[in-house]
Design a protein around this ligand. Structure first.
Ligand SMILES: [Zn+2]
Length: 319
């Protein structure tokens, strides 16, 4: 841990805490837009941990997890280390109920960013230069897509040993290996030798109680693991680890009804749902291609051939 933690020109010393507003840009109305940052430091040395949400502005579960964590007051009582909590990275997306910034660019494909680039690139640059250099590791809270819900899960890059340690301590119901995407926050973090894990749960623009509880409990378990707090809730269910995952895609277009959903165990060949034409000209069963667990599913009933229906984790490893 660095003794001097400095964010956007503000120095935060051991034992101090503060709330900052990192300037990003302005709306067309002239209203300034800031990224809220809350910093908590113990007097004792320990890891500096980033907890961030809202990289995609409509992924509200992550924002709610950080909000509840801040409300709990736990961060003010840590016995060692530092916490940087950021409920909304992409304020533009949040106020527009949108994943992206207003020009349609995805902040999480715009890293490391550029202060003179497009809006997404400015947001990314702020994270790359003001936040990443100050942390040891981070957990970035996301959700599934529009109408595609994810069972609470944590993802990290396979060979990242620190991320594996943190993910085990977090103890989400599901843990997956996932490759780093070009232009993502995780890619820039890796280039700076920082570990960032992604938590995923629920879907966009819909609060999911289980996801919020699992996210909050996971944060507490990580803080307990690093001796920053004394107590944390036990995991509610067995932690499962998947080496691989695959999507089951629609064989035909039509009305989709799922019979199984996220979190459930499935056997190869089991029928997970049905797709029928509205006039009953045809009806097909969608069967699981593997034996595993459903880690995400599509709630949208109108389906085109090729649409993703179920995300299934498999190749489970022993804990
Ligand atoms: Zn996301």
């Amino acid at each position: 841990m660095k003794d001097d933690l400095s964010i956007g020109g503000t120095l935060i010393r051991p034992g101090e805490q503060c709330s900052l507003e990192l300037p990003v840009s302005r709306l067309p109305s002239g209203t300034p837009i800031h990224m809220p940052v809350h910093v908590f430091r113990s007097r004792q040395e320990g890891p500096a941990i980033l907890l961030s949400g809202g990289m995609h502005g409509d992924e509200v579960n992550g924002i709610e997890i950080i909000r509840k964590f801040l409300k709990s007051g736990i961060a003010s009582q840590i016995r060692r280390g530092s916490i940087i909590a950021m409920p909304i990275i992409n304020v533009y997306g949040f106020i527009n109920f949108s994943r992206d910034v207003p020009d349609g660019k995805d902040v999480n494909r715009s890293f490391p960013g550029n202060p003179d680039g497009s809006l997404a690139s400015i947001v990314a640059h702020t994270m790359s230069t003001c936040i990443l250099p100050e942390i040891d590791f981070g957990i970035d809270f996301h959700t599934g897509g529009a109408s595609r819900t994810n069972y609470p899960q944590i993802r990290y890059e396979e060979e990242d040993e620190l991320a594996e340690e943190v993910s085990r301590a977090f103890a989400a119901p599901f843990t997956l290996h996932s490759n780093v995407i070009e232009g993502s926050f995780r890619e820039t973090a890796r280039s700076l030798n920082k570990s960032v894990m992604v938590f995923e749960g629920g879907e966009t623009l819909r609060l999911d109680r289980k996801t919020v509880e699992e996210g909050l409990d996971g944060i507490k378990r990580v803080l307990q693991y690093y001796g920053m707090i004394s107590k944390a809730p036990k995991q509610r269910q067995k932690q499962r680890f998947f080496r691989r995952s695959t999507w089951l895609r629609a064989d035909v277009s039509g009305l989709f009804r799922h019979r199984k959903e996220s979190g459930q165990a499935v056997k190869e060949g089991l029928t997970l749902g049905y797709i029928s034409s509205p006039t009953n000209e045809y009806s097909v069963k969608m069967n699981s291609p593997v034996t595993g667990h459903i880690i995400g599913h599509n709630n949208f009933p109108l389906i085109h051939k090729g649409d993703a229906l179920f995300h299934i984790g498999y190749d489970e490893t022993a804990p």
